[in-house]
Write a protein that binds this ligand. Structure first.
Ligand code: G3P
Ligand code: MG
Length: 249
């Protein structure tokens, strides 16, 4: 049973507002706020020179104007890429922001956030250490704490040991038989599950164990309402306005 009472929102903007804006950019977070979201989720990793920045994939191909693995690039090179045009020419020139820039925006816009540690292959340890260190230095202690999550168990172990004061979320891709052992060993506050694996029985089980429960990625309003009716605390969505209209804050 987790010990921290967490206040969770019903709606978290996934990678910002990824349906309308290029994911994991400052424009996407501003759009999520404009659509009424109070919380956003984003993916953070390290460049070759250990700068913490925002990107979902291991490679640059899908969300920028170049190709190849992100882990091979210096941040100055990444900074020069266009992370907006792939989505819509109106977003031409949007950058993959540094974590520090995203944190400044969240403080300025009064946005709460879920930082997903999304290391490049083979870089789990330094990704968690450096990013948690940056958070400790850059995120004002007086502001509400972020939720830190990951699919990568090593990242969550480091979070548990290095930053025990930060709420943690165990991300799961499927429905592993040992989910409760994992969450208990990692002392997580929430379990964040895939929509395709969510059933009323599992939702009830997770809630009965006392965990916060978030589901990704839910873009259909009636499905979001159903999940909330089952007892899910909140959903990650690419379309915050649509889901807020269905389930409220
Ligand atoms: O944190 C929820 C969700 O973002 C996890 O999946 O692949 O979109 O990072 P993914
Ligand atoms: Mg994510």
């Amino acid at each position: 049973m987790p010990i921290r009472p967490l206040s969770l929102p019903r709606v978290i903007g996934h990678r910002g507002a990824a349906e309308a804006a290029p994911e994991n950019t400052l424009a996407s977070f501003r759009e999520a706020k404009r659509q009424g979201a109070h919380w956003v989720e984003f993916d953070a990793k390290l460049s070759a020179d250990n700068r913490a920045f925002l990107l979902h994939d291991d490679n640059l191909d899908r969300t920028s104007n170049t190709t190849g693995p992100a882990r091979a690039r210096l941040y100055d090179e990444i900074r020069g890429l266009d992370a907006g045009s792939w989505k819509n020419p109106a977003f031409a020139g949007e950058k993959m922001p540094l974590l520090a820039e995203a944190l400044s925006l969240f403080a300025q816009e009064d946005l709460r956030f879920n930082l997903e540690l999304k290391p490049c292959p083979g870089r789990a340890r330094e990704t968690a250490k450096i990013i948690l260190d940056e958070l400790a230095h850059l995120w004002p202690a007086a502001r509400p704490k972020p939720l830190v999550s990951s699919f990568v168990l090593e990242c969550l172990e480091i979070a548990r040991d290095q930053a025990p004061e930060l709420p943690r979320g165990l991300l799961l891709e499927d429905h592993p038989a040992n989910w409760l052992d994992l969450a208990q060993n990692l002392k997580t506050d929430t379990v964040n599950i895939w929509d395709g694996a969510a059933t009323p029985e599992w939702v009830a089980e997770i809630k009965a164990e006392g965990f916060g429960l978030l589901v990704y990625t839910v873009n259909d309003a009636s499905r979001a309402k159903q999940l909330i009716d089952w007892g899910v605390d909140g959903v990650f969505t690419d379309a915050p306005a649509r889901i807020l209209a269905a389930v409220g804050q």
